[in-house]
Ligand binder design. Structure first.
Ligand code: FES
Length: 116
């Protein structure tokens, strides 16, 4: 399932996607150089979407994913919660693949439930 072109993901920033057209973003992608980190946009604390406005997933320094509801913080590389009410919990990873033409896709073996 195509998400976008790599050029549409700003280095050091996050972006939300609604690949199943549910009306709200259900997947977030953080780009760090050539590495992409994809997670379901659902906080392990209460299962709610994490951005307080479109694409606002990161802290001011761009070093952590932050849930707007109660401030939980997550490592970008691992999705591990390092601060907040769901300490030690993990964001649900969504495997991504970048094709030779630079198109970013959800990897074909991603379980369908990852995005709900
Ligand atoms: S719902 Fe994310 S910290 Fe509470």
């Amino acid at each position: 399932m195509r998400l976008c072109h790599l050029d549409e993901l700003r280095d050091g920033a996050a972006r939300g996607f609604d690949p199943r057209r549910t009306g709200q973003d259900t997947l977030l992608v953080v780009r760090r150089g050539d590495r992409l980190h994809g997670y379901a946009d659902a906080c392990p604390h209460q299962g709610t979407p994490m951005a307080w406005r479109k694409d606002a997933y990161l802290d001011a320094a761009g070093e952590r994913i932050v849930c707007a509801a109660h401030g939980a913080q997550f490592e970008i590389d691992s999705g591990l919660c390092t601060l907040g009410p769901c300490l030690g919990a993990l964001l649900k990873p969504v495997p991504l693949a970048v094709r030779e033409n630079g198109e970013v896709h959800i990897a074909i073996d991603a379980p369908a439930g990852n995005l709900a």
